[in-house]
Design a protein. Structure first.
Length: 95
């Protein structure tokens, strides 16, 4: 495996950074994308997640169908492990 580049480089004349850093970003009209296959498969089942949960009440499936979230007063759904909303900073300890 080749060693990472060493030294620094200057960007836009003002910013100096290590050459080993990889910068991916905006180029022209879009961000870099990964091509995907054009083929699309049909849904394995018709209906909603709620309907699937009712049709198959096994506990093992239920844990995979829904995420535990805390709803902040600002309206943003947040991870249940957060203590503060990552949008507005409000406390989620009592939610």
């Amino acid at each position: 495996m080749a060693a990472p580049p060493s030294g620094t480089m200057r960007l836009c004349g003002d910013v100096e950074m290590p050459r080993a850093w990889y910068l991916a970003g905006f180029k022209g009209a879009s961000y870099p994308t990964v091509p995907s296959a054009a083929e699309q498969s049909e849904a394995a089942r018709e209906g909603t997640i709620g309907e699937l949960a009712v049709a198959f009440p096994e506990e093992r499936l239920q844990g995979a169908l829904f995420n535990d979230v805390k709803a902040c007063k600002c309206g943003k759904p947040c991870a249940f492990t957060l203590e503060a909303c990552n949008a507005c900073g409000a406390s989620l300890k009592t939610v």
